[in-house]
Design a protein around this ligand. Structure first.
Ligand code: R5P
Length: 279
């Protein structure tokens, strides 16, 4: 059964009415839903993650009220990076968000390259069953289509090594430091180590996400210092905050999936979503 929400209209025709009250509160209404089995709610939770999460809660809760079992298909799971406590008193946001989705009525969550899982497959977290699909192979195929076979594949940190391992890729190690000064919760990158030879090679750097682009830029600098030739950047989720797309574009080719739509979303999640919901 296909069941989708308006913020995925680039992938499917919307069939949930979603509007806003004049003060900005969300309004959600299921339109002519008649399903005899479980339903799939496809809803992007980024950008404007807090609003999108609230919309998901309203939709899930309404579906639960109507007696449906719902699998939430959220291509990117926001807050998934805050799954560990670095400083006493911090919120373990990843867990709380999963608990909230479970409470609202998500029978399971289907997502892509879920950050805290650090592998593709199934897990339970915050009481929520999660299936994390990977776009790693599709992104590597795209790179082959663009550059041919003769490039090395490297992940910029150990958390993303699962994305490159099956293709014989290598992993770098990112060392993070303290939070930077100011109102932005961003832990400085102290360094990125690469304990392998890369001299004279073209390289695809593959990560689960590009946010500010700092990880990719530092990784590229490290590889260049070690003698790498051409560099390209790929990730499942691309947020491209600030001027990161421009900065990365100046260093090499950049492409991502359309889990979060962007000007460089060259690989679609659509086929994988369809195989899941059986259409
Ligand atoms: C973190 O470990 C992730 O895998 C990414 O490397 C990170 O979130 C990318 O963030 P940024 O683009 O801000 O460096």
């Amino acid at each position: 059964m296909r069941f989708v929400s308006p913020n995925c209209s680039d992938l499917y025709e919307p069939n949930i009415e979603m509007k806003q009250f004049p003060d900005g509160d969300d309004y959600v209404r299921l339109v002519d839903l008649k399903a005899d089995g479980p339903v799939f709610l496809l809803h992007r939770l980024y950008p404007e993650q807090d609003k999108a999460l609230m919309q998901a809660v309203l939709m899930l809760r309404t579906l639960k009220e109507k007696g449906y079992r719902t699998a939430l298909v959220a291509p990117y799971l926001p807050y998934s990076r805050q799954d560990k406590i670095f400083k006493e008193g911090e919120a373990k946001s990843a867990e709380y968000v999963c608990e909230m989705l479970k409470w609202a009525g998500a029978d399971r969550l289907i997502t892509f390259d879920c950050h805290f899982m650090k592998k593709a497959g199934e897990a339970e977290y915050g009481g929520l069953k999660i299936a994390s699909l990977s776009m790693g192979a599709e992104l590597i195929e795209r790179a082959k289509g663009k550059f041919g076979d003769g490039f090395e594949i490297v992940s910029p940190d150990l958390g993303a090594s699962y994305l490159v391992e099956r293709s014989g890729g290598k992993s770098m190690e990112k060392v993070r430091g303290e939070y930077q000064e100011g109102g932005e919760a961003y832990r400085r990158i102290e360094g990125i180590r690469a304990d392998f030879e890369i001299k004279g090679k073209d390289v695809l750097i593959l990560d689960d996400m590009i946010s500010t682009g700092s990880t990719m830029i530092r990784a590229a600098e490290t590889l260049k210092q070690k003698g790498a030739k051409k560099i390209a950047f790929a990730a499942t989720h691309g947020f491209f905050l600030k001027d990161s797309l421009q900065k990365l574009g100046a260093l090499g080719d950049v492409f991502v999936s359309d889990s979060v739509p962007s000007p460089v979303s060259e690989v679609s999640i659509k086929r994988k979503v369809e195989s899941l919901v059986g259409i």
